[in-house]
Structures are given as structure tokens and as C-alpha cells.
Ligand binder design. Structure first.
Ligand SMILES: NC(=O)c1ccc[n+]([C@@H]2O[C@H](COP(=O)([O-])OP(=O)(O)OC[C@H]3O[C@@H](n4cnc5c(N)ncnc54)[C@H](O)[C@@H]3O)[C@@H](O)[C@H]2O)c1
Length: 445
């Protein structure tokens, strides 16, 4: 058995507010999905917290539990949804516009969805060039806006009788802006908020507000926020969990399945060409080069980390990696992605792999938001704070402590997630050694 100290996890009593900056395609598909599951008219497919099972103990014990029976997660009936958007439409109207779910299904969920009305957003067109909307807060300074968000959180929790809250960023991708001097410490960041520093983006203001309220924060977009020193300092100070960045849903999800496999078999890669067509609002926002740059950073980092050219110069020093997203309205939320992978094998002989993924963006993303919300709430109740690397499983660009490389291999990420859940519940950590040595039979591991 593990010798680690027993973690004391508070029971998930009362209601949990899941707050999403952004009530667009992803967020409303989540809200609708949870309502449909609660009504018993759909299954939470794709959600590890709802359907996942975990092996416990030695293989000979034949012990497997549903994840939600192992760790004390909030139940779906305890969840209350809230959010912010630059458009005042309620979740039913927003979901109807997003056209992800069928009308018939939405009609059955009209009542609970219509009740979810967005709070006015903190928004700046300099950061999202292709959008503009009327439902936006006014404030003299960015600190003033952060204070308004903090008040929103408090009011929402009071009005809905919530005991705890988590925030998951589901709003648009902002123009890429690398961290600067103002992000280097919490003191400088707070000064910047008071002085309206132009390099502080709206998503950073939401992150700040959440953490100041001790609300765990997950970043579902590639926006620069949780990786910044000032935010990590604040998360430590407020003893609150953070994680990110950018939900790993479609093409990158498959990359982190295929690429580790190729590398593990010591196969070489000459090039990886990825292109997508996408017609939803996210696609429209990403049509702006500044916002696309943010996506390009998270999408590209995956392969350069997995195919480490320093470790394997013969196999990966000359990879041509191209990523494109083309806005193509007829497809709506139904993204189509193509990957062409030029690989080489024994004696350098070339081969090709083609992947054509006809996916549904928000259908893949919604269960990830649910899992992140429930696990971040669990982390908070378990007394965890700062970067939650065990949730790397869900992100294109998992944040890590300074100086550490992220783990991108999906199966290694799952191992880390599972062992963290075992650790939380004082179950034996599994290393899959399964070795017989010196007469000691560890073959059951
Ligand atoms: N669907 C996926 O597979 C996937 C995968 C990875 C990341 N993401 C990210 O998730 C986010 C949401 O995607 P989506 O498809 O729902 O997009 P969407 O455009 O349908 O929804 C985003 C919503 O955010 C609102 N918004 C923009 N700026 C805001 C602000 N500052 N405050 C509050 N609301 C704001 C918009 O009005 C819009 O309603 C995007 O950043 C996207 O890149 C999605």
C-alpha cells in the first residue's frame, strides 16, 4: 500500500456553481447535455467522471469501480450553471443559434435552459477582433471590472444557494499576446489592473476575479492566463487550483494518441500536415490571424514535445509541421480535419498515414468541461492548490511548474489521472511493473 498521508477530502455537500465565461456552442452543449442526462433522455458519453471505471489493487483482486463511486464528486443534480456573454441571449436561445443540438432535443430542455441568463461580460475588441456585442460591463479601470466579476460570483452563489463554485473558460480565443513585465508578479499585475495596462486581456481579468474568490479556474482556450507567474502566485496565495490550457478535443486529441505510438516504436517523422474546415463562431474568431496564432501555439507544441529532436535527432530533427484552420460556414460546428503524416521506417523507407476526422467540435468538448469542473471542485475540496498537472489529460498545452516539460501522451496522462484518484482515496498506486525478479513475484501489479 502507498505510504502517502491520507488526504482529507471534504464531502461535496450542497450545490456547485459551474460558471463559464462564454455561453456559446461549447457551454450551451454542456448545459443542455447535463439537463438531458438528468432527465434520463441521453447518456453522458465522453465523460470520464460519469462513465469511466478504474482498476484498484492487484490484477488478481478483480476490483474495478466507477470513478464517481471512488472519489466524492458532486452529482449532476447538485450542479447549477451560470455564465457571462457579450450577447444577452439565454442558454436556450444561444444553443438554438449554435445549431449543435437538434431542435427536438432542445425543445425538451427549453425550461431549464431558458433560466440560464448570461451576466454582462468583460470584453475588449482588441482581443477578439471578429466579435462585438452589447452585453458588456463598463468600468473605469480593469481592477474595477475584476471587482464587478467578483461581485457577480458572490451574487450568483447567494441567489442560487451554492456552496462552492468553479470557473471554466468557454469564451472566444483571444489574440495571442505573450506574457510581459506586467505579468511577471502579482504586485505588478494588480498595478496594471489599476492602471488599465493594455497588455492585460479580459480572460486574465476573469482568472484574477475567480482566484480572488477562491474559485478553481480551468482555461479551456489557448488564451495566455494560467501559465503566467502573476496568476500562479495568486493561486498559491489563495490556495486555489488552476489548470489549462485549451481543451484537447479533436485533431490534437488524435495526435496525442498517434504520435506517442510512432515515437515509442522509434519510427521517424518527416512531416505532419494538419488542416481543418470549421464553420461555427469559434471558426469565425479563429479566422483572425491574431486569434489563430494563439491556437497555433497550443496545437504546434504537442508534436515538438513528443517528437523531441534533442533526444532523437535521427528521427525528428527535420519535421515540417503545418497546422491550418479554415473558416467554412456551411459545416457549422461539424469540423472536418485532415492529417497527412509522412513517416519513415527501417533503413529510412518512407510511408504515409492519412487521417480524416469528421467530428463535432462541441460534442467532443462538452464532456471535457464537465469533467474539468467536477475534478477541479474535487481538487479544491481535497486541499489542492496551484497547477493541477493530473488534469493534463484534458488539455492541448498542459501547464506545468516552471522548467518542467508537459506530458502529452494521452495514455501516460490517464495513468497520472488514475493514480491521483487512487492517491486521493488511499488506494495502492499502480506502476504496471508486473515483473518477477529474485524470486519475488510482482507479477500481479
Ligand atoms: N469545441 C472544441 O472542440 C474546442 C476545443 C478546444 C478549445 N475550444 C475553445 O473553447 C472556446 C469556446 O468555443 P465555442 O465553440 O463555444 O465558441 P463560441 O464562439 O460558440 O462561444 C464563445 C462565446 O464566448 C463569448 N465571448 C467572447 N468573449 C467573451 C468575453 N470576454 N466574456 C464573455 N463571453 C465572451 C462569445 O460571444 C460566444 O458566445 C473557444 O475559445 C474555443 O477555442 C473549443
Amino acid at each position: 500500500m502507498t505510504t502517502a498521508p491520507k488526504i482529507n477530502i471534504q464531502a461535496p455537500k450542497g450545490k456547485l456553481a459551474i460558471l463559464t465565461p462564454g455561453m456559446g456552442a461549447v457551454a450551451t452543449t454542456l448545459f443542455a447535455g447535463v439537463e438531458a442526462v438528468k432527465k434520463g433522455i441521453a447518456l453522458p458519453v465522453g465523460s470520464y467522471t460519469q462513465l469511466g471505471k478504474i482498476r484498484l489493487g492487484k490484477r488478481t483482486e478483480n476490483r474495478t469501480k466507477l470513478v464517481k463511486d471512488l472519489v466524492p464528486l458532486a452529482g449532476l443534480e447538485q450542479v447549477v450553471f451560470g455564465g457571462w456573454d457579450i450577447f444577452p441571449e439565454n442558454a436556450y436561445e444561444a444553443a438554438s443559434h449554435a445549431k449543435v443540438l437538434e431542435k427536438d432535443l432542445l425543445e425538451q430542455l427549453k425550461e431549464p435552459l431558458s433560466k440560464i441568463k448570461p451576466m454582462a461580460a468583460v470584453f475588449d475588441r482588441d482581443y477578439v477582433k471578429r466579435l462585438d456585442g452589447p452585453h458588456v460591463k463598463k468600468g473605469k479601470t480593469k481592477m474595477d471590472l475584476a471587482d464587478q466579476l467578483r461581485q457577480d460570483i458572490k451574487t450568483f452563489m447567494k441567489d442560487n444557494g451554492c456552496d462552492r463554485a468553479v470557473m471554466v473558460w468557454c469564451a472566444s480565443t483571444e489574440v495571442y499576446t505573450p506574457p510581459s513585465e506586467v505579468h511577471s508578479s502579482l504586485k505588478k499585475f494588480e498595478e496594471g489592473l489599476r492602471n488599465n495596462d493594455a497588455s492585460i486581456s479580459p480572460s486574465q481579468i476573469y482568472t484574477y476575479a475567480a482566484l480572488k474568490e477562491r474559485v478553481p479556474y480551468a482555461n479551456g482556450s489557448p488564451n495566455v492566463s494560467v501559465e503566467m507567474p502573476c496568476i500562479q502566485e495568486l493561486a498559491a496565495e489563495m490556495k486555489t487550483p488552476i489548470c489549462g490550457s485549451d481543451f484537447k478535443t479533436g485533431q490534437t486529441f488524435l495526435k496525442t494518441v498517434i504520435a506517442p505510438g510512432l515515437r515509442n516504436r522509434q519510427l521517424g517523422v518527416a512531416g505532419w500536415y494538419s488542416t481543418n474546415i470549421l464553420g461555427n463562431r469559434d471558426g469565425e474568431v479563429l479566422d483572425d490571424p491574431g486569434s489563430f496564432k494563439s491556437k497555433e501555439v497550443t496545437k504546434s507544441g504537442v508534436l515538438s514535445d513528443i517528437f523531441d529532436a534533442n533526444l532523437y535527432p535521427e528521427l525528428y530533427s527535420n519535421i515540417s509541421h503545418v497546422v491550418r484552420i479554415n473558416y467554412y460556414p456551411p459545416r457549422g460546428d461539424n469540423k472536418e480535419g485532415w492529417d497527412n503524416i509522412d513517416i519513415f521506417g527501417w533503413l529510412g523507407y518512407p510511408m504515409q498515414i492519412k487521417v480524416n476526422f469528421l467530428c463535432r467540435d462541441s460534442i467532443l468538448a462538452a464532456p471535457i468541461v464537465l469533467d474539468l469542473a467536477l475534478f477541479m471542485d474535487l481538487a479544491g475540496r481535497a486541499g489542492m492548490s496551484g497547477i493541477q498537472e493530473w488534469l493534463s489529460f484534458y488539455f492541448k498545452m498542459p501547464i506545468t511548474k516552471a522548467g518542467l516539460k508537459p506530458e502529452h501522451d494521452l495514455s501516460v496522462q490517464l495513468l497520472k489521472l488514475e493514480n491521483t484518484l487512487r492517491f486521493f482515496t488511499n488506494e495502492e498506486l499502480i506502476n504496471h511493473l508486473g515483473l518477477t525478479y529474485y524470486g519475488v513475484n510482482e507479477g500481479e501489479a
